[in-house]
Write a protein that binds this ligand. Structure first.
Ligand code: COI
Length: 353
């Protein structure tokens, strides 16, 4: 892998400094280019510096672009491990298909990521709850205004040392059900990790924040009845002892932390259901006391307890606003595997050697 070195390195965040999410970026990035007729080419590691670009670059106009989120962790023996990267590469290529972006060679992306991580090892934070967030992205780079699939693309991986996604850390989050705006619809792009899904979510997110909530909880667009996801997290509810998560209907992101939690829960013998779950069922369960826990899962959010859900001006408190037992077990198991403190029976840790 070609590495273009930089002369001056950036200043790293100070030891013990609150990192927040996505505020700092490392010295280098991995890039490769696509040109129609030539395929993916020019894979290399180069300095992560501001890029000159033409204002007619197609991604700036029509959002033909996709991304992923992964994390790298320092292990007790000082080595680096990435959590389930092959799942992310596979999902990224599924997103590519949906967005008419040419599939990329997953082994080249993985090789580039590993070379980049080795070079940037000193940027991986070690304080509890921190990690090096990995953001692979593909954007359409053809300079043209016609609404067509681009014939040129840039694939890049940038890295960011992060703490917790929510400003208040592991404190349970407050969600407000969004029953007007939609994030996605059937036949739309909801299950692809594409740029536009996140743009579509911003309005409801801002409204939620203005009202003092952390995020909006999305419902299905057709009936405004069934719970979908939160945008940065998949949702889980514990109702009458059963762990329920919305089934993947095509408009929900197929989360890798979601999939990992389902596997852990099933292996530990919990009753688990992937099905449609209406917001009325959640509200009824909260009223009757059957709703004992709610939590979200995601790479950035890890496992985040949900302490309150507002729906049609009524506030439903979950588990007295505290983290529940199953939520805690999943948090401890997932982070235990990620940080190398627990055995890894499924081979989810990819060692970077
Ligand atoms: C992630 O969890 O990695 C995400 O991409 C969600 C969000 C930060 C956009």
């Amino acid at each position: 892998m070609e590495i273009i070195k930089r002369d001056v390195l950036k200043e790293k965040p100070k030891e013990g400094e609150a990192l927040g999410f996505g505020r700092y970026f490392t010295d280098y990035m991995f890039t490769m280019k696509y040109t129609k007729g030539k395929g993916w080419h020019d894979a290399k590691i180069e300095p992560n510096v501001p890029q000159p670009f033409d204002l007619a670059t197609s991604v700036l106009h029509y959002a033909q672009g996709i991304f992923e989120g992964m994390k790298a962790f320092i292990q007790p023996d000082g080595s680096i491990a990435v959590f389930r990267p092959y799942e992310n590469w596979a999902r990224m290529n599924r997103s590519a298909d949906r967005m008419c972006i040419p599939r990329f060679p997953e082994e080249v992306a993985e090789e580039g990521l590993e070379a980049l991580l080795k070079l940037e090892k000193d940027w991986i934070p070690t304080a509890p709850g921190t990690a090096l967030y990995i953001r692979p992205t593909i954007v359409a780079t053809k300079v043209a205004l016609g609404v067509h699939a681009s014939t040129e693309y840039l694939f890049f991986i940038i890295l960011s040392p992060v703490g917790s996604y929510y400003a208040h850390g592991l404190e349970p989050v407050k969600l407000i059900v969004e029953d007007f705006y939609s994030r996605s619809s059937l036949g739309g792009t909801g299950e692809a990790k594409c740029l536009g899904n996140y743009a579509a979510s911003i309005k409801a997110g801002e409204i939620a924040e203005e009202k003092g909530f952390d995020q909006a909880l999305w419902l299905d667009s057709a009936e405004k009845k069934y719970v979908e996801e939160v945008g940065s997290m998949n949702m889980f509810f514990v109702i009458g002892g059963e762990v329920v998560t919305p089934a993947l209907t095509g408009s929900i992101l197929p989360g890798i932390t979601r999939k990992s939690c389902l596997q852990i829960l099933r292996e530990k013998g919990y009753a688990v259901a992937e099905r449609r779950i209406s917001i009325d069922e959640v509200a009824e369960a909260a009223k009757s006391g059957a709703l004992s826990e709610a939590f979200g899962t995601g790479t950035a959010a890890v496992i985040s307890p949900v302490g309150l859900i507002r729906y049609k001006d009524v506030d439903y408190t979950v588990n007295g606003g505290k983290m529940g037992e199953i939520t805690r077990m999943l948090y401890d198991t997932i982070t235990g595997i990620q940080y190398g403190k627990l055995p890894d029976p499924h081979g989810w840790r990819k060692a970077v050697n």
